[in-house]
Write a new protein. Structure first.
Length: 214
C-alpha cells in the first residue's frame, strides 16, 4: 500500500519524504487555506519531492473544471487533478481520461459513487472514512465494500483511503488491500513510535554504558 501525506505544508512533506516512505501528497482547498501560501508554488515544490500530488479544482461546473484540469496538468507531470464526486465531476473525469490527464476523485461517501467514478475514468478514488465515522457510520465498512467490488472488476483505478484519523485506520486499510492511504501529519508521526521501542533503546544505552566503563 502506498502512503500519502494529507497536507499543504511543504516542510512536512520534506520531513516525511526523508524517511523514505512517502509515495505522494493530497492537498485540498481547506489545507491550502490553512497554510496561506501560493497554491501553484506549493504544488510545484511538492512535485519535486514526491511522484504524485493531488491539486483540487475549485470550479463546480464542467467547463470550469475542464479549464482548471488543463491548467494544473501543465504545471508538472506529477500533478493529479482532484475532482469532486458530482455529475459535472464525472464529465470532467471522462474528459481527463481521454486527454491523458490523471485524476483523483474526492468526496466519495458510497460504493455507488466509487463505481461511477471508476467507470468515468478516474485514476484514483478517495473515500472519506473519518467523516463517515464522525457521522455515526462505519467508514472502514465502505472500504471493504469498495475493495470487494474492485476484486470483481478490472478497473484502472486505485482506491485511496482518505480522511484517516488514527494509526488503526492505516492498518485496517492495508489489511483490506487498499492501494493508497493518505494520512495527516500528526497521525503519520505516530506510526514509527512504540513505547517498548523507546524503553528498549533506553535499556540498550544504559547497559552499553557499563560495557564502556570496563
Ligand atoms: O484530503 C481529503 C481528506 O483526507 C480530508 O480529511 O480530516 O478533513 O476529513 P478530513
Amino acid at each position: 500500500m502506498k502512503l500519502f501525506l494529507d497536507t499543504a505544508n511543504v516542510d512536512q512533506v520534506a520531513e516525511i519524504a526523508s524517511w523514505g516512505v512517502l509515495d505522494g501528497v493530497t492537498t485540498n482547498p481547506s489545507l491550502v487555506a490553512k497554510e496561506g501560501k501560493d497554491f501553484k508554488e506549493t504544488v510545484l515544490k511538492m512535485c519535486e519531492l514526491v511522484p504524485c500530488v493531488s491539486a483540487q479544482v475549485t470550479a463546480t461546473d464542467f467547463e470550469g473544471m475542464k479549464k482548471q484540469a488543463d491548467e494544473y496538468s501543465k504545471w508538472h507531470k506529477h500533478v493529479y487533478v482532484k475532482v469532486p464526486m458530482t455529475t459535472e465531476g464525472l464529465k470532467t473525469l471522462k474528459y481527463c481520461r481521454e486527454k491523458g490527464i490523471r485524476t483523483n476523485t474526492t468526496l466519495i461517501f458510497s460504493a455507488a459513487q466509487a463505481l461511477l467514478a471508476a467507470k468515468a475514468g478516474a485514476n484514483i478514488i478517495s473515500p472519506f472514512i473519518g467523516r463517515l465515522d464522525d457521522a455515526g457510520q462505519d467508514g472502514m465498512a465502505l472500504i471493504a465494500e469498495i475493495m470487494e467490488i474492485w476484486s470483481h472488476n478490472d478497473f484502472d483505478c486505485e482506491v485511496l483511503v482518505a480522511s484517516t484519523r488514527h494509526p488503526r485506520h492505516i492498518i485496517d486499510a492495508a489489511m483490506l488491500g487498499a492501494h493508497i492511504c493518505t494520512i495527516p501529519y500528526d497521525v503519520f508521526t505516530k506510526l514509527p513510535k512504540h513505547p517498548l521501542t523507546d524503553a528498549g533503546i533506553e535499556k540498550f544505552m544504559k547497559d552499553w554504558e557499563s560495557v564502556k566503563k570496563k
